[in-house]
Ligand binder design. Structure first.
Ligand code: K7E
Ligand code: CUA
Length: 658
């Protein structure tokens, strides 16, 4: 069937307006008591942990709310020299993919694990947008514990979205592409024939959190943008926004904006699960990396998976339905009751709100408007609960406060608009500075939002901060939403471009078994050094292993001779400390590598390829004690083939050799 086509890109919004307009008053919109609301006294804790996507930094940052204090940057998909992430031998496998070592990605969305539709503080998931990957961060250690690559995908944007008990974390491909088992070497203009979408259902083990690509749904070749799981009455369903239903492969800004309506794709995942259990999935050959961090060995392993179970949705009449949604929908959000599904058309001047009950009735009554590649298209009117009229320009994302209100971000008109879900009336609007993308309310995507604060994540900050050359910081703005009127209370820059963020009450993370150190006696690293007396240096051919320890304030050994040009030297440094907050660092002159930062009880390895003879000092990089600056040593490097014997010492110089 054909949807109504419009010849111009946007009847409502002129092309110029796509670039966003500035709110008039750029000065301080902050009133007298605002500072007090965001004030957290020195030494006091914040009320919430806020997990913010780092966009093209590939990392995730952790802020405290309401203070806006940056607590930590967690390395996820990108190497991070500060923590040695992706530089130490133990962490390198975490960044392995079917394309080899990929040291960067684009992290857009964070998703906290849930139990019964509420945030449980166990894990936070994140998407790698470019080389499609999903990560799980363990909130006991604030460390990336697992990364799994997604087969048959390209541009993992519609991701990661969790069900109400984190049964699945779901990821939809942004780009449709030929399946991995097909030869992708085909003409681009064969899009309609060869390009397919895939939605990955990644199961999460209840206790360990271990992820597995349980199955994929093969769909028509559209672009999936964002998604949400149903909850409460709609638990068992999933909703995805789709654009480029035109299936264009070039100049998408024009060619994918032809239709008045694209789709929200409604998926009955419980049904899909039944078909999988009944053995209806097809095993498809592919290759994707599954990387896991082992807490006992302090080492990651990367395993290449070889196949995935796929259900082609065309072959099953009751898994997938399309619902028309105006103008290239971006956000697709489900309210706390699970009844209302909000679609945000980037080019639309209204917000459609769909009813889960009406969707079910439409399916039962086959109230369809034809099909799209064999998938029934539900009539717009029969799925629609109602429209929010004239809310603003360029709606993107919606969050909820648990009091019956929705908050939608407007990129083009740079504002947050609060509206009532029942009567669809606009209640309040506030400017953002400027061009807001995502919004985040603690628990704002769950059954139980905490409607005290809202954070707006802005793309543009011209004139908000001291200028820093051509590139300016992106920003977050904190609003108090506890009253009838939203009130701006704080404005602070972010790390990388923030897209989505989620928050959890501080206590469920802080008082939930936070790890303070690794027990040395539990350390199962193959190159652990249990105590200084066991420190040594061994040679196997040109491979030299240094079993080194660190404790305030020396390394053992700290004098090493007999290293030769052409050697491969592995410094396996075990931090013998058993106190909270006493990491040691390790760096050596000329290493084409980052430092190591070793937590108490942990063993971490730096690989070093000495390239010329000479004296190479090494030192601790983390100010660990009053005598931190004394925590240093020397490595003597001799030419290849030299006779200097391998020797090492601590406390007395090694015997003199020529
Ligand atoms: Cu979630 Cu930024 Cu990738 Cu909207 S996207 S802004
Ligand atoms: Cu160890 Cu400074």
């Amino acid at each position: 069937m054909k949807l109504i086509q419009s010849t111009s890109i946007a009847a409502v919004i002129s092309a110029a307006a796509l670039f966003s307009c500035k709110p008039k008053s750029t000065g301080s919109a902050v009133s007298g008591d605002a500072a007090a609301k965001a004030y957290v006294a020195p030494g006091k804790y914040d009320e919430f942990y806020n997990f913010v996507s780092g966009g093209f930094s590939g990392q995730m940052s952790v802020y405290g709310l309401p203070s806006g204090r940056l607590l930590r940057v967690i390395p996820v998909f990108s190497v991070d020299p500060e923590k040695g992430w992706g530089y130490s031998e133990e962490t390198k496998p975490m960044l392995n993919t079917s394309h080899g070592f990929v040291p960067w990605d684009d992290l857009h969305h964070t998703e906290m694990s849930q139990t019964n539709g509420e945030i449980d503080g166990k894990w936070v998931f994140a998407n790698g947008n470019n080389t499609p990957r999903l990560a799980r961060i363990d909130l006991k250690t604030f460390k990336t514990a697992e990364i799994i690559e997604l087969p048959n995908s390209a541009g993992n944007h519609s991701s990661p979205y969790g069900t109400e008990n984190s049964e699945y974390i779901v990821a939809g491909t942004r780009f449709s592409v030929p399946s991995d088992e097909d030869n992708g070497d085909v003409p681009i203009n064969s899009y309609k024939k060869n390009f397919k979408g895939h939605i990955s259902f990644v199961s999460v083990a209840k206790e360990t959190g271990e992820m597995k690509v349980a199955f994929q749904l093969k769909t028509p070749g559209v672009n999936f943008d964002l998604a949400r799981a149903g909850k409460g009455k709609s638990h068992g369903w999933f909703f995805f926004s789709c654009y480029n239903t035109e299936q264009a492969s070039t100049l998408l800004e024009v060619n994918a904006s032809q239709k008045d309506k694209d789709f929200i794709m409604a998926v009955n995942w419980k049904k899909a699960e039944e078909y999988i259990k009944a053995g209806k999935g097809k095993k498809v050959k592919t290759k994707y990396a599954h990387n896991t961090w082992n807490e006992a060995t302090h080492t990651a392993t990367s395993k290449m998976e070889e196949e995935v179970l796929v259900l082609d949705v065309k072959e099953f009449k009751d898994i997938v339905y399309f619902i028309p949604c105006p103008k290239s929908p971006h956000g697709c959000d489900v309210d706390p009751t699970g009844e209302y599904i909000v679609g945000s058309g980037k080019l639309a001047a209204l917000i459609p709100v769909f009813s889960f009950d009406k969707i079910q009735q439409s399916i039962a009554a086959k109230s369809y408007d034809g099909d799209y590649e064999g998938i029934p298209v539900i009539k717009y009117e029969s799925a629609l609960y109602g429209e929010v009229k004239k809310p603003g320009l360029g709606p993107l994302h919606t969050e909820f406060d648990g009091r019956g209100n929705a908050y939608t971000s407007f990129f083009v008109s740079s504002e947050v608009v609060k509206w009532n879900i029942k009567d669809l009336k606009v209640l309040d609007r506030v400017p953002t500075y400027y061009s807001v993308g995502h919004l985040s309310i603690p628990g704002g995507n769950t059954k139980k939002p905490n409607g005290k604060y809202l954070v707006a994540y802005n793309k543009i900050t011209k004139d908000r901060y001291l200028p820093t050359g051509p590139e300016l910081a992106q920003s977050a703005q904190l609003y108090d939403i506890s009253g009838d009127k939203m009130q701006l209370i704080l404005d602070y820059p972010t790390i990388g471009e923030p897209h989505y963020a989620q928050s959890a009450p501080a206590d469920i993370i802080r008082n939930n078994g936070q790890l303070k150190l690794y027990k040395l006696s539990d350390n199962k690293h193959p190159y652990v050094t249990q105590g200084e007396a066991n420190a040594k240096v061994t040679r196997e051919g040109n491979k030299v292993h240094v079993y080194m320890t660190s404790i305030r304030s020396h390394f053992a050994p700290d004098n090493i001779e007999g290293i030769k040009v052409g050697d491969e030297v592995y410094f396996h440094v075990t931090n013998l400390e058993q106190d909270w907050d006493v990491p040691h660092g390790f760096a050596i002159k000329g290493a084409d590598n980052a430092e190591l930062l070793i937590m108490p009880g942990e063993t971490t390895t730096l690989k070093w390829l000495p390239k010329k003879p000479g004296m190479f000092p090494m030192y601790c990089t983390d100010f660990c004690s009053a005598l931190h600056q004394e925590m240093q040593g020397y490595i003597r490097v001799s030419p290849a083939g030299s006779n200097v014997p391998l020797s090492f010492s601590l406390g007395k110089p090694v015997p003199e050799t020529k």
